[in-house]
Design a protein around this ligand. Structure first.
Ligand code: SF4
Ligand code: SF4
Length: 445
């Protein structure tokens, strides 16, 4: 294989902690008896439920209609009867309207689910429509609606699609297994994105700690015009949008800018496979691969889970908790969201369920900053985390804004390396929220 190995400036090296699941094949999760499907699973406007209590639904049937351009439709993952439409807690940490469906365990497919034909016969607009109607969003965790990325603002000339197969978050192996087991879908999805955008160049960036995935995707991409597989140094946060673009293309997204400003669209390998599936089978995004792992779970696994299945049910299929859990996180340890309850559903962006033991979850006590500068050295955005954090903790949000707090990608590298265990990323996150609030208020004046 003739493959370049690239990376970005900054970053850190948390333990990979992927051994428990990286060699485990994806298994189909048991069919859930009940699913609770949130009408907000993406960045942007929530959907409006278009089914009511008592309605019969089928797999792939649209049950949530987007209420805005930045939004994505939501479909049923089971066939059965709607038993509730009500606010419920979801893994984002708040309550959102959920359509609760009791499955009839038949998995009857809705009539609208039909194969869309060969990729070479589809026009760019037809591909965009398929992606939009299938409710496809970024599956790396961000859940940004993919069709919105395919409609760049006027004046932006796109020439490159970069697919994120880095999976730099410790513990997670869902993307790794997908690339090994379905490399053709990953490549087909990238080809579909390139055709939809009329661009000629596509990269698939994969960290070097997954040599088998690099080989599988490289072989699948052989002979496909314009697609290059790039080996990326295993370093955190290699999969962050700006760092990934920089490593693959050498281009830099300007401060406060977007990838489209430098001609690039970034998507995830899971998203690409979901696009290929929507074209091949017509099935919208109704299930996803989830890594269930951590010392707090008995039998770690990579499971293909229907959207709306509860975390509890999924954890039970992995043998349940291994002793008293210390913390349950939706996603990985660096950027995931700690959960208050396991009675929350798996959604389109749930890449992992990480169960930490009590010992792993114990937080070290923070002490005073010793001005070692380590946080500055690892920040991939060239920020000064200790100053940002000090201003945030003293409610000096304007100073934090001047120090480019909004450029922080919340990767957590600074907190990870800090010997004083300062709450750096948490405090910067608060500052970002305050700055955004202030901007919103100014706009509404
Ligand atoms: S300041 Fe933000 S971008 Fe920089 S290391 Fe910390 S969390 Fe990551
Ligand atoms: S890494 Fe921690 S102790 Fe060192 S300068 Fe940054 S905040 Fe201070």
């Amino acid at each position: 294989m003739d493959i370049r190995t690239l990376t970005f400036k900054g970053g850190t090296h948390p333990p990979h902690s992927k051994k428990a699941t990286e060699k485990l094949q994806i298994e189909k999760a048991n069919a859930p008896k009940v699913v609770a499907i949130p009408m907000q699973q993406h960045i942007g406007a929530p959907c409006e439920a278009i089914v009511a209590v008592g309605d019969e639904v089928k797999v792939g049937q649209k049950i949530g209609e987007p209420k805005g351009f930045v939004s994505a439709p939501i479909h049923s993952s089971v066939s059965g009867k709607v038993v509730a439409v009500e606010p419920r807690l979801y893994s984002g940490g708040s309550k959102v309207t959920c359509v609760v469906i009791e499955s009839n365990m038949q998995d009857t497919i809705h009539e609208s689910v039909i194969p869309k034909g060969k990729l070479e016969d589809l026009s760019a607009d037809e591909i965009k429509t398929i992606i939009k109607e299938a409710g496809i969003v970024g599956m790396g965790g961000a859940a940004f609606p993919t069709h919105v990325k395919l409609a760049p603002p006027p004046g932006k000339q796109l020439d490159t699609v970069v697919l994120n197969g880095a999976e730099c978050e410790p513990y997670l192996t869902a993307d790794h297994r997908l690339m090994l087991e379905k490399p053709d879908d990953v490549v087909k999805g990238l080809s579909a994105l390139m055709k939809a955008l009329s661009v000629k160049k596509g990269y698939i960036g994969i960290e070097t700690n997954k040599p088998d995935a690099i080989e599988a995707v490289f072989n699948a991409a052989k002979g496909v015009d314009g697609i290059e597989v790039v080996a990326l140094k295993a370093k955190y946060p290699q999969g962050a949008e700006k760092q990934l673009i920089n490593a693959c293309t050498g281009r830099e997204v300007p401060s406060g800018g977007l990838p489209a400003d430098i001609g690039v669209v970034v998507s995830n390998v899971g998203t690409a496979a979901a696009i290929a599936n929507a074209i091949n089978t017509g099935m919208p995004l109704v299930e996803r691969i989830v890594t269930i792992t951590g010392k707090g779970v008995k039998e770690p696994k990579n499971l293909l889970v229907k959207i709306g299945t509860s975390f509890k049910e999924v954890i039970d299929q992995c043998g349940g908790f291994n002793g008293k859990p210390g913390k349950v996180i939706g996603g990985g340890p660096m950027m995931g969201i700690a959960q208050f309850s396991v009675d929350v559903p798996v959604i389109k962006g749930t890449s992992g369920i990480l169960v930490l033991s009590e010992e792993e979850a114990r937080l070290p006590k923070a002490s005073n900053c010793i001005r070692c500068g380590k946080c500055v050295g690892v920040c991939p955005m060239n920020l000064m985390p200790m100053h940002l954090s000090a201003n945030a903790l003293a409610d000096r949000f304007e100073q934090a804004e001047t120090l480019h707090a909004m450029d922080c990608i919340e990767c957590g590298s600074c907190s990870f390396v800090c010997p004083a265990k300062r709450p750096l990323v948490d405090s910067i996150r608060v500052a970002k929220r305050e700055i955004l609030e202030k901007r919103k208020k100014q706009q509404s004046k």
